[in-house]
Design a protein around this ligand. Structure first.
Ligand SMILES: Nc1nc2c(c(=O)[nH]1)N[C@H]1C(S)=C(S)[C@@H](COP(=O)(O)O)O[C@H]1N2
Ligand SMILES: [Mo]
Length: 421
């Protein structure tokens, strides 16, 4: 992993002005039949029996995909228990994050819970306090929903300037999976919420005993208590056997290893919420309760970890976009640092509060580029530039950075994280 000590900033003119005309674009994407030795060779896998169906009861990716994995940044946290690792966005396509690649953010490591001994308690301002076993929960009606989870600290290291040389590190505190779970309103109805109730306290069973306050309104609206991700049981890292799903809102509220829900009439005070999870502005005031995730997008390829490895000619640009305010409606892409924009092609499921995948197919002329993407959502909100964000929020806040990302591509197809001014 490469990192920089000094934020990198280039002017649009330096990056694009010094362009030298590259040689005539060669576009021979495929070899002519007969030229490719691999076609005539009889490789080992064509000569031997393959592995039997009993060899791998739980499947793993091909051995040739070994480099596709989560990564952490050793200097970022003092230990690996209260820490984070990052989703390898540059290696993924489509919208679903495979379970083994979902980033992890833990405050006291991963709790390993025996589901037979796990309980969910629901109490406080309710008519009947309840304690559920996992077996009890399996008898409630369930639903399926795909949602992104983004940590409020995602892209936080980029607030003062380009820092991390890879989309995995600049934007990898996000994952997008299909959850199966019980609408929280169904469980609350079973206990009978009292009229004075306004807030919930949610508590995890990890050593951190992490607790968060959540407005009852959001809980009744669309939260769920999930026990499956992408069809199989939650991974331990993601809160096995139970986690809260809070569509469109920051990851911090998505309590993992969920063990207790207390119903109250006001928010609880969390030390961390006031010191860390608030956005300090330039004038010293803080934004509080900024839970909704703003519209954001990023190009995942080309990117520093996914350079262009082919000659000029047909080139595929792709990325992800999302919004926690409303439906993602459009993504624009610029190849010249925001001077000219084209509308990208969206492909795949269009679920609200889930990742969208976009593409732009173009003929690369072999010259340097400054790649940017910009998300729009159904509320009319448009993803801002980083300069615009900083003008409003100042230099102190590192949370909720949804500014436009710039990747500089050089004539060799190598890509760097830059900021343009
Ligand atoms: N019990 C518990 N829940 C937790 C946390 C935690 O440390 N303990 N971390 C929170 C934070 S800050 C985030 S961003 C998300 C991360 O979810 P993930 O590990 O599935 O990516 O879980 C949230 N829920
Ligand atoms: Mo987080």
């Amino acid at each position: 992993m490469e990192e920089r000590n000094t934020p990198k900033s280039v002017s649009r003119r330096t990056a694009l002005g010094g362009m030298i005309a590259a040689g005539a674009a060669v576009s021979t994407p495929a070899a002519a039949a007969g030229d490719d030795a691999a076609i005539t060779t009889i490789q080992p896998w064509r000569q031997e029996l393959g592995r039997g169906v009993d060899a791998m009861p739980y499947g793993l990716p091909s051995a040739y995909e070994k480099s596709v994995h989560r990564r952490n940044v050793s200097w970022l946290t003092a230990d690996t228990y209260s820490s984070v690792n990052f989703t390898p966005l540059h290696d993924l396509d489509g919208v679903i994050t495979p379970n083994g690649l979902c980033f992890e953010r833990n405050h006291s490591g991963v709790a390993l819970i025996d589901p037979a001994r796990h309980r969910l308690m629901l109490h406080g301002l309710v008519k009947t306090p309840l304690v559920f076993t996992m077996a009890d929960l399996m008898r409630f009606p369930r639903q399926n929903r795909t949602c992104f989870l983004e940590c409020a600290a995602n892209s936080g290291m980029e607030w003062r300037g380009a820092q991390m040389n890879g989309v995995q590190f600049t934007h990898g505190m996000i994952h997008n999976v299909m959850y199966t779970g019980i609408p929280l309103r169904v469980l609350l109805a079973a206990a009978g919420v009292r009229p004075s109730a306004k807030w919930l306290l949610l508590e995890g069973a990890d050593a951190a005993g992490m607790t968060r306050s959540l407005p009852l309104k959001k809980a009744l609206d669309d939260c769920m208590v999930a026990f499956r991700m992408n069809g199989e049981a939650l991974r331990a890292e993601q809160g096995y056997p139970l986690r809260l799903v809070v569509p469109g809102w920051e990851g911090n509220l998505w309590i993992k290893w969920l063990r207790r829900i207390e119903v109250g009439d006001k928010p609880w005070h969390h030390r961390e919420e006031t010191s860390k999870y608030t956005d300090l502005m330039s004038d010293g005031r803080a934004r509080r309760f900024t839970w909704q995730m703003d519209a954001k997008s990023v190009i995942t390829s080309p990117s520093p970890q996914a350079p262009i490895v082919h000659r000029p000619g047909p080139t595929i640009l792709t990325g992800i976009a999302w919004s926690g305010r409303g439906a993602l409606s459009r993504v624009d892409v610029s190849l010249d640092g925001g001077r000219n924009w084209q509308i990208a092609r969206l492909s795949g499921p269009a679920d609200t509060f889930a990742l969208r995948r976009f593409y732009l197919e173009f003929d690369w002329d072999g010259r340097p580029m400054l790649l940017q993407s910009r998300a729009h959502d159904s509320t009319g909100y448009v993803q801002p530039t980083k300069d615009r964000l900083r003008a409003i929020r100042g230099e102190n806040s590192t949370y909720h950075n949804n500014g436009i990302q710039t990747w500089a591509v050089n004539k060799n197809g190598e890509v760097e994280n830059v900021e343009i001014s």
